[in-house]
Design a protein around this ligand. Structure first.
Ligand code: FE2
Ligand code: FE2
Length: 126
């Protein structure tokens, strides 16, 4: 999960820094990342019967829907780099809360199932 989250930041950074030339490519790459990232977690939630999964599944679906709308608008020439940068900024604002509350709850649940105990969380003091 941590590796996938590193990839989230790398692909979202490409949205924020895109130009008119590579905006379409950046949003397509992010969509590909989001599909595999969210599908993996959705599958974990379903196969382990994670109890509070509905809100987590809904957030994934809502984000992917917005990403697809932006991708379509760019493909049809109705949106440019500024809109792609905007969704990138929105994703940067959304993700820390999602990872802290929803993804970490899923990680704790799966670790408890597999190892019988919860993981400890190490935080850097910034
Ligand atoms: Fe995640
Ligand atoms: Fe998630």
């Amino acid at each position: 999960m941590d590796d996938v989250h590193e990839e989230f930041y790398a692909t979202a950074l490409k949205l924020v820094t895109c130009t008119e030339k590579n905006a379409a490519q950046a949003i397509e790459q992010f969509e590909q990342h989001a599909i595999s990232h969210f599908e993996q977690e959705d599958e974990w939630m379903r196969t382990t019967n994670f109890p509070p999964r509905d809100c987590h599944l809904d957030e994934h679906a809502a984000v992917l829907k917005s990403v697809r709308e932006v991708k379509e608008a760019v493909a049809q020439g109705q949106a440019g780099a500024d809109i792609v940068q905007d969704i990138g900024m929105a994703l940067f604002q959304w993700f820390p809360g999602h990872a802290d509350y929803l993804d970490s709850a899923l990680a704790a649940w799966m670790t408890k199932l597999n190892m019988g105990g919860k993981p400890i969380v190490l935080r850097r003091k910034l």
